[in-house]
Design a protein around this ligand. Sequence first.
Ligand code: SF4
Length: 247
Amino acid sequence: MQLMREKNKTEVRVPVNEFANIMGYCEYRLLPLLKGKELPQTKTMKKGKEKHEREEEKEEELYEFKPITLEELKDIEAEIEFKREGVYTRLLKKQGNFLFLYHGRVDKIFTKHKTLFIEEDKFVKNPKKYDKMDVAFLDQRLQNVLYAISKFDLDGSFDPENWFSMPQKKRVCIIRIKPMNKQMNKKTGEYPDYKIFKVEIDENLKKILKDKMKRFQNLVLGKELPEHHNNPNKCKACQFDCEYRLK
Ligand code: SF4
């Protein structure tokens, strides 16, 4: 998280994954960020990042890319598949003199049947814990819903003048759970799925996200205090070095 101060306003740049991690798993994870530290990268996060990079490289080997025209971007019927990790998301929320900019990078975006699909791969050590779940974890849902309602940019610009919207009103999030220990299929460039969660964005999901963003902003501005989840199992599964760990 970064603070950018100007004369009369302060911009708070928030990586979407950090927001989702804090509001979907543990609000106490915000505390180091407020002291100017970074969230530590766990071993699982590092391994997942390597797999994402491998997918990106393989896609470049397997496919040819051509530039997207403005007309295609505006055409609700166009079928577009963006380059993996090639689309940045940008969402601005104003609160008093503060401007919160939620920024991220989506694994995969494509359009089909007048629908915008937002797809994320989640590499996990223990996929079996998803067996009985009907919906993905809250942090995973928050991340994807935020991506889906954002504006987009192809170059990583933070200037709103450069961002664009997609015309498709119907938006679907796909979360692919992938076992960390499986190998990539060299022909398709994909790692095998263990389970897939699919959800269409509706008003209820937007409201959940809006409430979480409001609380997050209040926590950052010191208007509310973080609450401990009081769940020792969550701390047990957490790899952060943390003084508030429950035993
Ligand atoms: S150890 Fe517990 S309190 Fe600390 S960050 Fe992890 S989940 Fe939160």
